[in-house]
Design a protein around this ligand. Structure first.
Ligand SMILES: Nc1ncnc2c1ncn2[C@@H]1O[C@H](COP(=O)(O)OP(=O)(O)O)[C@@H](O)[C@H]1O
Ligand SMILES: [Mg+2]
Length: 428
């Protein structure tokens, strides 16, 4: 396996430097965007070790996926994703080095790909569901409305447009509650941003959250707060057929409410929502990979949260349990026969250690907040899982460079990250 160590950057005139020329080098099979993401490293490894030629792109250097032995070429865009310049850079990369398939991992890039899909599809096959399924999936209001018709339970809630409606919402729904953007990605003039849901316990907190999340227009969902288990069902759906199913539950998330799952376990498809979730995917014809998120109430009744129509950060557990979603994505986008996965290993634990340190620290800081586990339990759990057989994100004994890059990468070395995690300064 050839490993190219140079960074391909572009100059002001958007010329790709050091990239292999299409005439001299073989084309790449796949270009993985959002290389910083955990799921992108999983994709690089998954496809690379099967012999596919993999290139990856990010807006800064030093990300773990770049140092994987399976990443044959890295591209560093000088501008953030979501901008016109990023699109120009991406087009140059595709023209220069070629790639049959494009795989993405973030809401921001999905927004960009949706906007310029036709233009990009002249160059590459995008492993992303088609409209209108995609449009429904990124919009929680639309998703929940369809789900309700199919018999899925959705959290008691209402739509709120501005602060003047908060008092009514509090009266109707009660406190604590969750204030949640309808879409997780807000497009901006220059650059968009990811917005997350917030737990509110007082009228003042509710007003602040609504003000913040409706800034620039739009409405938010004001939902009852559920305190039970967080479960996520992943599907691969194409040509009217489900090719793979997988389920996991998240024991710890970072931050405690609305965060990415950092300690999780593979489970059998839950009987009470499995079929309903499949019906939802079929009803909106959401092809490719999708993750249907649920949260249960304290009595164990499951409520739908949302659908993510892209590889989730936690997808490595599915791959390790035997469901290689990145491979299915590639096969589907390339138009090859798609493997049918009949089963997977349940009971497998996976931990994203930095995230779990951060989640544990957050549990200590936020100990008085509803739904946060008590400090003794947070510390006990954190220590206990060093004695439970657990696989770690990033750690692959056959590909060790990425975990090193994760520890020392980009001025955010291990100690700095540990400090940030403990003080709650940003996500690790
Ligand atoms: N009403 C709610 N009650 C309790 N937890 C919630 C609620 N809504 C969201 N969450 C938690 O926050 C996570 C993120 O919410 P979600 O609806 O998936 O939005 P997003 O991922 O786009 O921020 C959920 O998976 C769930 O764990
Ligand atoms: Mg979510």
């Amino acid at each position: 396996m050839r490993k190219i160590d140079d960074v391909s950057v572009i100059d002001d005139a958007f010329m790709v430097q050091d990239a292999p020329s299409a005439r001299h080098e073989p084309r790449y099979d796949v270009l993985v965007l959002d290389a910083r993401a955990r799921q992108s490293l999983v994709t690089v490894r998954s496809l690379g070790m099967r012999g596919y030629k993999v290139a990856a792109l990010e807006t800064f250097d030093g990300v773990p996926a770049f140092s994987s032995r399976w990443c044959q070429q890295k591209f560093v865009s000088p501008t953030d994703e979501g901008t016109e310049e990023y699109l120009t850079y991406l087009e140059r990369v595709l023209d220069t080095c070629g790639a049959h398939v494009l795989i993405t991992a973030s809401d921001g890039t999905i927004e960009l790909l949706r906007q310029y899909r036709e233009r990009l599809e002249r160059r590459v096959s995008i492993a992303l569901a088609q409209e209108p399924g995609l449009d429904i999936a990124v919009d929680k209001e639309q998703t929940l409305a369809i789900a309700r018709k199919l018999g899925l339970l959705i959290p008691r809630g209402m739509s709120v447009r501005d602060v003047s409606e908060v008092a009514t919402a509090v009266q109707e729904i009660g406190l604590p509650a969750v204030v949640k953007p309808v879409e997780s990605w807000i497009a901006g003039q220059q650059q968009g941003r990811r917005v997350a849901c917030q737990l509110v316990t007082t009228l003042a907190e509710a007003s602040r959250a609504v003000e913040e999340l409706t800034y620039g227009g739009g409405s938010v969902l004001f939902q009852q707060f559920l305190t039970g288990r967080r479960e996520a069902l992943s599907f691969f759906y194409a040509n009217g057929e489900i090719y793979a199913r997988f389920a996991q539950w998240a024991k710890h998330t970072d931050p405690p409410l609305g965060g990415t799952s950092v300690l999780r376990q593979s489970i059998a498809i839950p009987q009470d929502v499995g079929e309903l979730a499949e019906n939802l995917i079929r009803a909106i014809n959401l092809e490719g990979y999708s993750e249907v998120e649920f949260r249960r109430d304290s009595a164990g009744t499951p409520y739908l949260m949302e659908i993510n129509p892209r590889l989730s950060a936690s997808v490595e557990i599915a791959v390790r349990a035997g469901v290689d979603f990145p491979l299915l994505l590639y096969q589907w986008a390339k138009g090859e026969p798609i493997d049918k996965v009949e089963g997977y290993r349940t009971g497998l634990w996976m931990r994203y250690l930095w995230g779990d340190i951060s989640a544990t620290a957050a549990s200590l800081r936020e100990r008085a907040r509803p739904g946060v586990i008590p400090p003794w339990q947070a510390i006990f759990d954190f220590c206990r899982f060093f004695f439970v057989p657990v696989k770690y994100d990033y750690l692959d004994w056959h590909d060790l460079s990425p975990i090193w890059a994760a520890l020392v990468g980009r001025g955010r070395g291990g100690l700095k990250r540990l400090q940030d995690a403990l003080l709650g300064r940003g996500r690790v």
